[in-house]
Write a protein that binds this ligand. Structure first.
Ligand code: NDP
Length: 253
């Protein structure tokens, strides 16, 4: 596939993200606290998370190393891949085993949808690095790379810290919900989702690439409606829920 075809394919995928965003503003994805038995067969929540997330790395590396530039990958390409890999090693093989989610299930269809989203994005980034772009050593000292890397790690820290606060709200064996406090929960209901959006903003900047921006758009499309749904749910469930908290973006939304 030449760059032109890749470009149009990616634009089409962005159009799907926009449609998904609009849909998710009206239909809440049924997993976690919003899970529902009306969406067909269910799978154990932890197993669902692993399957949903783990194949993205397989697809990513497959397209990187079977591509035209597969055998001449530059140091900078490998470093850019390392950012993505770091996130997904946590998300697929560490995060699911930290969850206190015993007995909970998610619909298989949600797992498959999450998997499709991951595989498509893994393909776009892998194909780009394997066939279309070799970053030279000079890239590592550009403002884009340095600022992007800093933003990425700030986002990752917020995401990991907030996920940890949420997971620790439950004692082992508990399955209920409490009002989270600490960290950026002072400002928003879903700092974990905010952190993830910041992280992929960093990745888009550090790679300064179409697939990087596409991944950010998809993350925004998935997480902002989810953050709004979580926020609404908290306000309904807890009468004493802090009034000044926003959903995802402090002081804004
Ligand atoms: P949630 O905040 O819904 O849940 C995270 C974990 O904390 C779950 O185990 C949940 O339990 C538990 N939890 C959440 N709130 C409470 C509470 N108030 N009291 C007790 N336990 C709680 O996060 P998501 O499931 O939406 O996302 C998890 C991670 O995956 C996030 O870091 C997110 O950024 C990332 N993600 C990324 C996507 C992307 O497009 N890049 C898409 C979706 C998620 P339970 O499951 O029982 O509700």
């Amino acid at each position: 596939m030449n760059y032109e075809n890749y470009y149009y394919l990616t634009l089409a995928w962005i159009a799907v993200a926009i449609a998904v965003f609009l849909l998710l503003l009206f239909v809440t994805a049924p997993y976690g606290r919003h899970t529902s038995k009306n969406w067909g067969p269910m799978i154990d929540n932890r197993v669902g998370w692993v399957i949903m997330e783990v194949f993205v790395l397989v697809v990513l590396y497959f397209f990187v190393f079977t591509g035209r530039y597969g055998s001449i990958q530059s140091k900078t390409n490998l470093i850019i891949l390392a950012f993505f890999t770091l996130h997904y090693l946590n998300r697929s093989l560490i995060f699911p085993f930290r969850l206190r989610t015993n007995g909970k299930k998610m619909p298989v269809v949600i797992m498959l949808m999450g998997m499709s989203f991951n595989l498509a994005n893994g393909f776009l980034i892998g194909y780009f690095l394997g066939n279309l772009r070799i970053y030279g050593d000079y890239w590592l000292t550009t403002p884009a790379f340095i600022i992007g890397a800093i933003v990425f790690f700030i986002g990752m820290t917020i995401n990991w810290q907030s996920d940890t606060i949420l997971i620790n709200l439950r004692k082992p064996g508990e399955t209920g919900y409490k009002i989270p406090t600490g960290g950026l929960f002072k400002w928003v209901s879903c700092p974990n989702l905010l952190g993830e959006i910041i992280e992929w903003t960093g990745f888009a900047i550090l790679s300064w690439s179409l697939p990087g921006v596409t991944f950010l758009i998809w993350t925004f499309a998935n997480l902002v409606p989810r953050g709004l749904a979580h926020h609404h749910w908290y306000k309904e469930k807890f009468e004493d829920y802090p009034k000044e908290r926003k959903a995802v973006f402090p002081k804004v939304w």
